[in-house]
Structures are given as C-alpha cells and as structure tokens.
Write a protein that binds this ligand. Structure first.
Ligand code: ADP
Length: 691
C-alpha cells in the first residue's frame, strides 16, 4: 500500500492536516491552560489565606464580644454596689434632715460603714472629695491621701478623671492599673464612680478585670490551638502552608516545630542576609506576594528553590498571617495535566493516523486494484478483472473498465479468428499465385524460345528482301511510272518496319529470357574486375550516333580507380539501359554520368535534362512491363523490362538502384556496387587491374 503514490499523498496529506490542527490547538491551548492553572493555584493559595484571616477575625470578634459582655456584667455589678451605698447614704441624709442625727455624725457613720464594706474578691468602696483627696479607703495608709496627681504604672491619672466624670455627669467608669489589696503587682481595674453632691463626695468602687483578661487569654490560646489544628490540615498546592506570627515576631503557628512558639526577629534571609520577617511584614496586605529563594526539606541548606508568600495583617490580634508555597508546586498540577493532554493528543494523533490509514486504504484500495488491472491489461493480459462492486464512482469506473476489458477480449478474439481465416485464405491464394507465376514464367520463356527461331527467320528474310530490293529490284524499276515508284517506296518502308519491329521483338524476347534466367537463378555471372570509367566510355561510344542525331551532349565525371568485380556484359547492359533511357526521354540538354567512391562501394549516377518522372510513378518504373505516361498516345519506345533487368543485376551484386526526378526538369538514376577489395591476395588479378 505504501508504494502507491496516491496513497502516500492522501495519507500524508490528511495526517498533516490532523497534526497541524491538533498542534495549533494544543500550542495555543497548552500555554493558556498552563497560565490558567498557575493562576488558579495562586488564587486558591490566596483564598486559603483569606479564609484563615477571616477565621482569625471571627475568633477575635468572639473574644471581643465575650470581653464586652464580661465587662458589662462587672459594670452592672459595681453600679449596683454603689447604688446600694448611695441609698444607705441617702437614708443617713434623711436622718440628718429629720434631725435624728447631725451631718458630721452621719458622714462619720457612712465612712466607717463604707471603709469596712467588702464584696467579691476582696473588693471595696473608696470615697474621694472633689479635690481627689481620698477621704475613705480600706487601706489606712491611703486614708487622706491626695490622689489628684497620682498616676498608675501606665501613666494614667487614677482618681482625678473619676472625680471629674462624677462632678460633671453624676457617674462614670474608668479603668487603670491598680494593686489588689495586699498584693504588689498592679492589674487592670475597672472602676465606677458616683457623686454624692450634698456632701461633695465621690464614691468609687472597682473590680479587677485581670481575671477577664486571664480568661480571655485562655480562650485565645484555645483559639490558637484550634487554628493550629485546622491549619495543620490545610495544604497549599503540595507542601505549601499557612503560618502566623505577631507584631513582636513571635511565631505563633508554623508547621515547623523548631520555630513554632519562638521569637524569630533575628531570622535572616540567607540569600541577602536581611531580616527575613521584616520582608514579610513589608508585603503585608500588598497585592504582590514576596518572592524569595528557600531550601527544601529534602535538600536542606540549599537556598535555590523559588517560594512565594502572601501576607495579611490582622489588627485585632496583631497577627501577620502568611501563606508560603514553592512556585514549582503551583504549576505542578498544570504540568501533570499538560503531560496528560499531550499524551492524550499524541494518542489521538496515532489513532487518527491509524484511522486515516484504514480510511485511505479503504478508499484507495479499489483504485490501486484498478491501476494494477490496467497495468496487466497494458501488458496484454485480457483475462484480468478488477471485480470491484461498490456503489460509488470508483465502482462505476471499475464496472465500466471490466466491461471494456471483456469487450476488448472478445473483439481481439474475433479479430484473431478473422486474421487466421484471412491468413489461410491468403496462403492458399499465394500458393495459387506462385504456381501461376511459375506457369507464366515458363510459358513466357517457352513462348519466347519458340518465337525466337521464327523471328530470326522473319528478320533474316526481311533483310534479304531489303537487300534484293535495294540491289536488284529498285535499280531495275527506277522511275518506271509514278504508281510503281509509290508502291516501291511503300514496300521499302514496310520492309524497314518489319525489320525494326522484329528487332524490337527480338530485344523483348531477349530481355524476357534474361529476366527469367536471372529470376530463376539460371544466369551465369562472370567475375572480372571492371573499371567503371571504361565501361561508361564503351556505353557512350555504343550510343554515340544517337547522341549526335538528337544533338545532346554527353558529360562524364568519373573519379579515378573506380573498380568493381562483376560480369562486364551485365554491367554494360545496366549502363546502356540507363543512358539509352536518358536519351529516350530527353530532347535537349545533356546527359551526365558521375562516378565516385563511397567507403566500400562505388556509386554511379546518370543524370538527364529530360521530361522527368511523376513522383507517383517513381516506384513503379522498376516493375516489369511498367511504362509510365500515356502509353496510348505515346508510342512505346521500349519493352518496359529495362529497369527491372537493371535492378536484378545490381541487386545480384548486393547493390542498390534508385531514382530521383523532377517532372519537366530531368531524372537522376543512382546505383551502387561493392568496390573491389584491393587487399585480395591475388597477384594476377591485381596485375590485370593495373594493366
Ligand atoms: P522501356 O524499355 O520502356 O524504356 P524501362 O524499364 O527501361 O522500359 O523503363 C520503364 C519506364 O520508365 C519507361 O517507359 C519510362 O516511362 C520511364 N523511364 C525510364 N528512364 C527514364 C528517364 N531517364 N526519363 C524519363 N522516364 C524514364
């Protein structure tokens, strides 16, 4: 199949089209998909980061809510306490008003009562005047202490803001850092203050909220642990992860146990020796991630692998949440997928090629079969048939072709039979003709022989009669009378005709006999060297009188040493025949005989300026008894056997005779004869030639 050019063309053409199609598609699609995959992975990395961010935010909000409600509960608690204290003081003031007690005594009772009042975790009520001087405090050292300028460890004024709020608004809250009773380290304290305007007092009570913070802290730790567990299960791409560190660069969550929970500000980027975490903080909430080189767990210390980190800052917890992933992992999925696509494409290409192969084979198989059959037919095998019977154009073609072969075979068979028939008919006819020809030849030579003897007598007696008339009768009856003179002249003329006609008849008979002899191979050929120039001279001198009587010039142009071996009489016969024919058909001008050596033969050329020969007659004149021209009007001048005899003689020597002629201009007869081989080792022959 692969030898078929058509198949190769169709197969490669279709395969190339499919290949180009799939290649352009994949060349366009693959990079786009690669990009798409990378971006998708990048997006998912960011999305994970965002999700973790929101998880942190939710946890923070939860903590904040918790703190607020816890504080609210405390606020309500201390408000209630001061309301209680206020109503107690209001009762005392009512007693003063009703005169049951004095104001001073009432104040002293109130202060005493308040000083000893305890609730909660050793919590108490203090009283300040409008100048922030404590007029009551459970700690006796602070009794009467001026707090107008006293600040807590964070620099916040402690009492003054409360007095101001109370004087201005009647009540207020304030937080500051304060030591618990009997303890050394200050903790955060939430205080509530209330004004007692009649006495220009400000009641102050507070609860320590460090327990809330503690609880918050425990809760926060729980949240961090929960987050840690969650993040442990999250992977970005293959080995990418989420980490969290705070503003103080404490690593809060990190999959690497070595740095989790540690302070990492000193960690540096090994590629440029700059603090690494500052860089991460630098890209926080940027659109652009941090690109850097890092090592791999299975190739530690080799900082050549591209990594990406996106970082978000979460204010609530003061956290930097980062996601970190190897760049190659982002494109890994796409690489895997691309590999799959490429292999699927290749497989599809192979399958397509196979299908194309089968399809083209199916399509071209009949054509191949058809061309094979055509070749066989051309080689002559008419028994083949394509035998294809599909219903498409190829089927029609094959059916027609098979029909044509069938038709051709029957035609050739019929033709063969006819040719056979004709051949056998022809063979019979040829046989008949041969016998007829032989019969004719023997008849002709017999008749000629039989005719020659009486003809000799006729001619001989006519000559004698002529002699007698000229010698005896004519002198005696000279001018006897006019009638006798006329009769004598008539007799003389008739005798001449008898003589010339009997001579012509003798010539004819001689020619017929010569020809018959030659045709039957009975002619005896002498073998002598003949100088062609001499031969031409002899012929010309024999015909000399005819030349002078017709006034025609004879020209001889013969090369020297044209010698052939042959029968001089026969070659003379050829020469005389050609020259006398030339004379016969030429009325004015010249007759030229040329002779030249041509390789190993001699060519003689007899040229006349006579009437010439019509082209259609050129072949006929060498046939027996063919005299061309109008034989009815033109008196036949010869026997019509001259040229056939010449042909016989020349061909006997394996020479050739032919003619060229232009009617009205003249004819030119050529004949060739093998020249004598001078290498013949025959001294006597050579001597003869030299003579
Ligand atoms: P014949 O004896 O009639 O000349 P040939 O066989 O010699 O017979 O010639 C046959 C015929 O060829 C002639 O009758 C003549 O018509 C033609 N022929 C031969 N030689 C010449 C010539 N030199 N010029 C013109 N016609 C020629």
């Amino acid at each position: 199949m692969f030898k078929s050019k058509l198949f190769l063309k169709a197969f490669s053409g279709m395969t190339v089209i499919i290949a180009v199609f799939s290649l352009t598609t994949s060349l366009y699609l693959l990079p786009a998909m690669d990009r798409h995959f990378f971006e998708a992975e990048e997006r998912s990395a960011k999305t994970i980061l965002d999700n973790v961010y929101f998880m942190a935010k939710r946890s923070w909000l939860f903590l904040e809510n918790y703190r607020e409600s816890a504080i609210d509960a405390r606020k309500r608690e201390i408000q209630n306490i001061l309301q209680l204290a206020e109503s107690y003081i209001t009762n005392l003031q009512a007693e003063v008003k009703s005169g049951r007690t004095t104001e001073d005594e009432a104040k002293a009772r109130a202060l005493k009562e308040l000083r000893s009042f305890k609730y909660g975790h050793n919590d108490y009520i203090a009283v300040s005047d409008y100048r922030s001087v404590l007029i009551s405090h459970p700690d006796p050292k602070l009794n009467g202490a001026d707090f107008s300028r006293v600040k807590d460890i964070k620099g916040t004024l402690i009492v003054t803001p409360m007095v101001e709020k109370a004087v201005q608004f009647g009540e207020g809250y304030h937080t500051y850092w304060w030591k618990r009773l009997g303890e050394k380290t200050p903790v955060e304290k939430l205080s509530y203050c209330k004004r007692i305007p009649e006495w220009k007092w400000v009641l102050i009570t507070g609860v320590y909220i460090d327990d809330i913070e503690k609880e918050m802290q425990t809760k926060k730790e729980g949240i961090i642990e929960e987050l840690r567990q969650t993040l442990r299960g999250i992977r970005i791409a293959k080995t990418g992860y989420i980490y969290i560190f705070d503003k103080k660069m404490n690593m809060i969550i990190h999959p690497n146990q070595n740095i989790e929970g540690k302070s990492v500000p000193s960690m540096i980027d090994p590629t440029d020796k700059k603090p690494f975490f500052n860089k991460l903080i630098g890209v926080a909430d940027n659109d652009q991630p941090l690109h850097y080189k890092w090592d791999k767990p299975d190739d530690p210390g080799n900082y050549i692998y591209d990594k990406i980190s996106w970082v978000r800052y979460f204010e609530g917890f003061d956290w930097y949440i980062g996601s970190s992933v190897y760049e190659e992992e982002l494109s890994k999925n796409s690489t895997v997928f691309l590999k799959k696509i490429i292999s699927v494409t290749l497989a599809a290409l192979l399958i397509a090629a196979a299908l194309v192969y089968l399809y083209v084979k199916h399509l071209l198989g009949p054509i191949a079969r058809l061309s094979h059959v055509a070749v066989r037919v051309r080689e002559g095998d008419l028994t083949v048939q394509s035998g294809i019977k599909s219903d498409d154009e190829i089927g029609v073609l094959s059916k027609t072709f098979d029909g044509m072969i069938e038709q051709l075979r029957t035609n050739i068979e019929t033709l063969d039979n006819k040719v056979k028939e004709r051949t056998s008919e022809l063979e019979i006819a040829v046989e008949k003709l041969k016998t007829l020809d032989e019969l004719k030849s023997s008849f002709l030579s017999n008749v000629s022989h039989e005719l020659r003897t009486p003809l000799t007598s006729v001619r001989g007696f006519a000559m004698i009669i002529k002699k007698r008339i000229e010698g005896v009768i004519a002198p005696r009856i000279q001018s006897l009378d006019e009638k006798t003179d006329k009769a004598l002249a008539q007799v003389r003329e008739n005798i001449d005709i008898i003589i010339s006609e009997s001579e012509r008849l003798t010539d004819l008979i001689n020619d017929v006999l010569d020809l018959a002899k030659m045709e039957e191979g009975r002619m005896e050929w002498k073998k002598e060297p003949i100088d062609m120039a001499e031969l031409v001279d002899h012929a010309a001198s024999a015909l000399g009188p005819l030349f002078s009587s017709k006034g025609i010039t004879f020209v001889k142009q013969m090369s020297k040493g044209l010698v052939v071996i042959g029968d001089p009489d026969r070659l003379m016969q050829v020469m005389v025949n050609l020259i006398s024919n030339a004379l016969k058909f030429t009325d004015k001008g010249s007759i030229t005989v040329k002779g030249r050596q041509e390789k190993d033969f001699v060519e003689i050329n007899v040229i006349d300026t006579g009437i010439g020969i019509m082209p259609e007659d050129l072949d006929k004149i060498f046939e027996k008894f063919k005299q061309v021209g109008n034989t009815l009007t033109d008196k036949p001048h010869g026997t019509g056997l001259g040229l056939p005899i010449c042909k016989q003689i020349i061909e006997n020597y394996r020479g050739e005779i032919r003619v060229e002629s232009r009617p009205g201009k003249g004819s030119s007869f050529f004949f060739t004869l093998p020249s004598m081989d001078f290498n013949i080792n025959n001294q006597s022959l050579k001597n003869q030639i030299i003579e």
